[in-house]
Ligand binder design. Structure first.
Ligand code: SF4
Length: 373
């Protein structure tokens, strides 16, 4: 029997699971076992030392999936060297003695025609119309999930009952996995959007706000960033992160991002480096109190973007915290840096408010500007 598995990427394993169930009804779909320290150790042990962390996390997921009985593995990637990881990972796994089929949809192999042909080899009954419908439904699912996530990230730290948002989210994801038709998907999204808005919060009128930018895998896989967004929310901070799967699929426009990065970047710097710079500018212009830049250790595109981000931080006098994650990152060290960062943005806010209160202060303009957005 076919047992298809794929690496983790936050909650996106739910729409991917549904997509694979619809494409291959005769197969067993098994997402990789949940992340543990063992996954990370396995991945790191069987990966080249200086490769970036997403490679190692994926390797850990693949090995655990194969050990759990999977015989088909999926990989996809574009943009940077991630697009070349599939071939290397396949070779390492074969050298370890595993026997499996590797479906790699990277670079030019990621075109809809190629993906359809590869799927048809596994499921000869698959028609192009079913394939297109299922893919479009998955895109809609991703869009809906991300829209709710944007809202949840901003509010979750202020919910009156701490588990209200998390339990709403798990029932949303559960119902979402069972949806079959486009109207059903849209209906569930609308239902939960209304519900999320009805959850009571005690949000202050002008809370501290932090914008998160950086490398997509580190942003989207919470295990790889030590659940940083949760930690910020616990500190009573509005968290915004617009870089997500739907941003990558529908929102990424290099020319627009370059326009927004004018004066800081003249050319794109690979992967999502330019989006990090454009995103930071949006955050500073809309009055955010701090920026967190997350990337994997050894990520060249984000390293290229770093000087521009530093310059933005100086020009707009906004604190920025650069965090580089690898499989060895220490949780305690991270907590300490995060606490110091939160103290700093709070202190800066107090200083600014004091200046605003002084008669004739030019900073009144900034207060006005904050409230426009
Ligand atoms: S964007 Fe950076 S961390 Fe992510 S795969 Fe590419 S090089 Fe690695």
């Amino acid at each position: 029997m076919l047992k298809i598995s794929y690496p983790h990427l936050g909650d996106y394993h739910i729409p991917i699971r549904r997509l694979l169930q619809d494409l291959f009804p005769m197969a067993e779909i098994m997402p990789a076992p949940p992340f543990t320290q063992k996954t990370v150790e396995l991945g790191a042990r069987h990966s080249p030392d200086f490769v970036c962390a997403p490679f190692k996390y994926n390797m850990g997921n693949y090995i655990e999936s194969l050990e759990a009985g999977a015989n088909v593995l999926l990989q996809t990637g574009l943009g940077c060297r991630y697009g070349y990881y599939g071939e290397v990972q396949e070779q390492i796994l074969r050298d370890l003695g595993y026997d499996f089929t590797f479906l790699c949809f990277s670079r030019e192999k990621a075109s809809p025609q190629n993906i359809y042909k590869a799927c048809k080899k596994i499921n000869p009954d698959l028609t192009f119309s079913v394939f297109s419908r299922v893919v479009l439904q998955t895109l809609l699912r991703l869009y809906c999930m991300d829209q709710l996530e944007y809202f949840l990230r901003e509010r979750i730290g202020f919910a009156k009952s701490p588990n209200h948002f998390t339990s709403a989210k798990s029932s949303f994801l559960k119902e979402f996995l069972d949806t079959c038709s486009t109207p059903e998907i849209w209906g569930i999204y609308k239902k939960y959007k209304k519900y999320y808005h009805s959850i009571e919060t005690h949000m202050p009128s002008d809370p501290l706000r932090v914008g998160i930018i950086g490398e997509l895998y580190t942003l989207m896989e919470p295990y790889s960033n030590h659940f940083l967004e949760k930690q910020l929310a616990k500190g009573g901070i509005v968290v915004s992160r617009k870089m997500s799967a739907s941003f990558l699929l529908f929102g990424k426009r290099d020319t627009r991002s370059l326009r927004c990065s004018k004066g800081y970047l003249q050319y794109t710097v690979g992967a999502n480096g330019v989006d990090s710079v454009a995103g930071s500018r949006q955050y500073v212009k809309t009055g955010y109190d701090g920026l967190i830049h997350m990337k994997s250790f050894g990520c060249t595109p984000e390293l290229n973007a770093q000087p521009a981000l530093e310059q933005i931080s100086r020009d707009y006098n906004i604190p920025i915290l650069h965090l580089s994650f690898d499989t060895q990152t220490s949780e305690t060290g991270l907590e300490t840096r995060l606490e110091a960062f939160m103290d700093m943005i709070e202190m800066k806010r107090k200083q600014r408010n004091e200046k605003i209160r002084q008669p004739g202060s030019r900073h009144r303009f900034h207060l006005h500007k904050r409230r426009i957005y």
